[in-house]
Unconditional design. Structure first.
Length: 148
């Protein structure tokens, strides 16, 4: 069992580095393919009622509730309204949300949803860290000549 610790620790090191590299690659890939490169945490500072436009104005609710978001982009304070046509508003005052915005025109933005692919990339990276730590533990057991 003594030499098997060396073999298992080497396999765990290799697996850990492969998972870490795959996680970093996926994170880089998803960041490159985003619509906007700017990221900020916006805060809902107001909820305003606005008349609906088009066919939506014929519905039971003639107004929509739009959240007003406030965030900093390039050192400037930006205030924008949520373009979604909802009633009631899905946000509440002082709620913090993550948004992506165009660095050239910060008024162009979208609200970031949970991205399961980004979570998968983070999970793969964490698996790599766990494998490397387990490899270190097994290597230290091998170096200490521990027999199991």
């Amino acid at each position: 069992m003594y030499h098997e610790l060396w073999t298992i620790s080497c396999v765990l090191f290799a697996l850990g580095f492969l998972c870490g590299a795959a996680g970093l690659f996926l994170k880089y890939y998803f960041q490159r393919n985003e619509r906007y490169q700017g990221h900020a945490e916006a805060r809902v500072v107001d909820i305003v009622a606005e008349p609906r436009k088009g066919l939506a104005s014929l519905s039971e609710f003639h107004n929509r509730q739009a959240a007003v978001f406030e965030f900093y982009a390039g050192g400037r304070l930006i205030k924008v309204k949520d373009p979604a046509d909802t009633y009631p508003c899905p946000y509440y005052l002082n709620q913090r949300i993550h948004i992506s915005y165009d660095k050239e025109e910060p008024e162009h933005f979208y609200i970031e949803k949970k991205n399961h692919w980004k979570q998968l990339a983070s999970g793969i990276s964490m698996l790599g860290v766990v494998c490397i730590v387990a490899g270190c533990v097994l290597f230290l057991m091998y170096a200490a000549r521990v027999t199991v």
